[in-house]
Design a protein around this ligand. Structure first.
Ligand SMILES: Cc1cc2nc3c(=O)[nH]c(=O)nc-3n(C[C@H](O)[C@H](O)[C@H](O)COP(=O)(O)OP(=O)(O)OC[C@H]3O[C@@H](n4cnc5c(N)ncnc54)[C@H](O)[C@@H]3O)c2cc1C
Length: 444
């Protein structure tokens, strides 16, 4: 049997491992944490269920849908009770409905000048339709010619940048428009205009990764410190000094770890991995004993203009089974700049800073806070910054690739679970093709 080691037990690595195992490979997953799941895990705090990492899944996640069906998890997928979004403007919540011309022209909060400029986006989407593929962002490399900040400011003006581009992107991806490519923003808007509904798994989104892990041989608390390859195979060295041999390795860690872990990368591969960057932030879950606190929306985007050091806030109440009756849970994303100041402070200090910022919003019930859970994320999601999509396109079309190393992770497709899962499916397909095509001496 051909042995494949998967390094990293997030949704990308688990999907790759599960797919290869089904195809008859001998798979072992090595995960440095004491549980698998990576950035798609859930944890209980009393009667509250907290989704660490991935907050929601979307009805348009087609590869996840197929996997969920295959695993028999469909009954556990529940629509959010509301997916309504809002933006903070002059300290108030303003509805985030800008879908279609009518909604744009009816929007009371936008100046006439912005309303007249906004349809330009429809033209830009139409003209570039053939380049916009949510599952293959590298096709948009020809549009990777400016940051979303420069593009939106130049094309639509300050108001659109501050209230229509920055808040939804910063709150969803924890990345400012300066650190996003216009290509990524166009591909995302195009995908969102296709329509989708938000859902989550009853009992927490970690159900998917837990279920996959239960079907695989996963070694937890197994930190890998080195991955090497030769003509005969690959070897993985653990931090405890143990070495494991395999025919191939799927490296499914965050992309910015790869260059450090793999000692025999090709020059082009190394250049690409050295350019992978992640947003870093802190997410705080605020649990209150008051239902009055629920403002009846799901997500709120907050631009820097509002002087609140949060990128956004989301409610956990719309998720089935996440919040006990009569209570409320907020989750807030601290801005990157403020998070950098707070990262090494104690949980209590971070919780108090987050409550101070939440206190600037028109929310009730914060005085009835029971508990604040703090999660530090040095690598929250990959930044699809100006220049990165060209580099990704170059990496994906490059012929000289390591024979025994395969790569999976959200940084290869997009900063969300469906992308990570898709990258796992592709890594598994690559392993099958390369190991079975006679590129190596192994017979399957
Ligand atoms: C706060 C937050 C909110 C998010 N919200 C959403 C959302 O609402 N919807 C959505 O679709 N997506 C969301 N995402 C993004 C989504 O969670 C990620 O894109 C996805 O889970 C990434 O999966 P992955 O397998 O690529 O990486 P990871 O989940 O990071 O998996 C990598 C794994 O590798 C392990 N590892 C790293 N180094 C080593 C080593 N040396 N040895 C062994 N193991 C190692 C890590 O411990 C980890 O388990 C969110 C992410 C975060 C952090």
């Amino acid at each position: 049997m051909v042995k494949v080691i998967v390094v990293g037990g997030g949704i990308a690595g688990l999907t790759a491992g599960y797919t290869l195992q089904k195809d008859g490979f001998d798979v072992e997953v090595l995960e440095r944490n004491d549980v698998a799941g990576g950035r798609m895990r859930s944890e209980r705090h009393g009667d509250f269920v907290v989704d660490r990492g991935a907050q929601f899944i979307a009805s348009s996640y087609r590869n996840m849908k197929a996997l969920v069906d295959e695993l028999g998890l469909k009954p556990q997928v529940r629509r959010l009770k509301t997916g309504r979004g809002a933006t903070l403007r002059d300290g108030k919540f303003v509805s985030g409905n800008y879908a279609g011309y009518k909604a744009i022209f009816r929007a009371k909060d936008l100046s006439l000048q912005s309303k007249l400029r906004l349809p330009r986006i429809i033209l830009e989407l139409r003209r570039n339709k053939h380049l916009l593929d949510f599952y293959a962002i590298e096709k948009a490399a020809p549009l990777d010619d400016a940051s979303a900040y420069d593009w939106a400011l130049g094309r639509f003006g300050r108001e659109v940048l501050d209230y229509l581009i920055e808040p939804p992107f910063a709150s969803t991806f924890t990345v400012l428009p300066e650190n996003l490519s216009r290509a990524f923003v166009l591909a995302t808007i195009d995908y969102m205009f296709g329509g989708f509904r938000l859902s989550s798994f009853d009992g927490g989104n970690g159900l998917l990764t837990l279920t996959l892990a239960s079907k695989l041989r996963v070694r937890t608390s197994a930190e890998v410190s080195r991955i090497s390859q030769s003509a005969e195979g690959a070897a993985v060295t653990l931090a405890n000094g143990e070495t494991l041999n395999a025919d191939a390795v799927v490296v499914a860690t965050p992309g910015n770890h790869v260059a450090r872990l793999c000692d025999a990368l090709r020059d082009g591969e190394r250049r690409f991995f050295e350019g992978v960057r992640y947003a870093s932030s802190i997410i705080c879950f605020v649990m209150t004993s008051d239902l009055e606190a629920d403002p009846g929306i799901y997500g709120l985007g907050i631009g820097r203009k509002e002087n609140v050091r949060l990128y956004g806030m989301a409610m956990e109440n719309p998720k089935e089974g996440a919040v006990p009756p009569g209570k409320t849970m907020f989750n807030c994303a601290i801005s990157e700049a403020f998070a950098a100041d707070l990262m090494h402070k104690s949980d209590d200090e971070i919780a108090s800073a987050a409550l101070d910022e939440l206190g600037k919003l028109p929310l009730k019930g914060l005085d009835k806070t029971e508990k604040v859970v703090v999660h530090r994320w040095p690598e929250l999601v990959p930044q699809f910054y100006h220049g990165y999509i060209r580099s990704l396109a170059d990496f994906k079309t490059r012929g000289d690739r390591s024979d025994r190393l395969f790569f999976a992770g959200d940084y290869l497709v997009g900063p969300y679970t469906e992308a990570a899962l898709t990258s796992g499916l592709r890594a598994a397909a690559d392993v099958k093709e390369r190991l079975r095509s006679g590129a190596t001496t192994i017979a399957v």
